[in-house]
Design a protein around this ligand. Sequence first.
Ligand code: ATP
Length: 226
Amino acid sequence: MIELENVSVRFEGRRVLQDLNLALTEKRIGVIGLNGSGKSTFARLLNGLQLPTEGAVTVGGMDTAKSGKDVRRQVGFVFQNPENQIVYPIVREDLAFGLKNLGLAKADIPVQVERALERFRLQHLIDRRTHELSGGEKQMIALIGVAVMNPRLIVMDEPTTLLDLRNKRRLMQAVSDMEQSVVMITHDLDLLSAFDRVLCFHEGRLFDDGAPEAVIARYQQVCEEC
Ligand SMILES: Nc1ncnc2c1ncn2[C@@H]1O[C@H](COP(=O)(O)OP(=O)(O)OP(=O)(O)O)[C@@H](O)[C@H]1O
């Protein structure tokens, strides 16, 4: 479980998230809101990439401000830009990198890498050079690089922006098959219809919170009026 208690975040004195009190227990949580409303900042709070200026964020009982390293083992983060995440020149090396860091037995690593690619039906990319991949392929490899580490929660910051319809479907199928919990920020509202809960941010505040259909309908109505 993730808990936010009286959380605010300020950048250079400007408050970009304000008075958040939340307990997140659902397996599929969507996060929506206008540009600049605070979604990415909120997502970064969940694995300690961003620390609260006020209040506390706890993950499985661990305070992100005190146990950042342990929190990051439990909470994987898929960045909006895959270039921030892909480090190695060949796909199989890149996917193996995190597993080596986790201390997995050497013989198990190629098996886990192949299995992860198969789950997304992208086995054919295993020997490709990462810098030659298309934007969408990079986005998928960045996601698989996090999924292969098997964190308990995966936070995805707009994971479908570069994806064609086929990869979008693959990603959503993989998300729905995952045992892990997922928090997904997206402007692609259709993706969230089967989610358990949707949070909507507006100007740094939690503006709405509930079942996808209701939250998305209210968001669309507000957007039409503004
Ligand atoms: N490191 C930073 N330093 C200063 N201001 C920042 C920083 N990160 C974010 N902000 C500001 O905080 C506000 C919220 O940004 P955030 O990226 O969380 O919004 P968002 O809802 O994810 O937006 P988008 O949909 O455009 O990705 C914005 O006004 C942004 O300019």
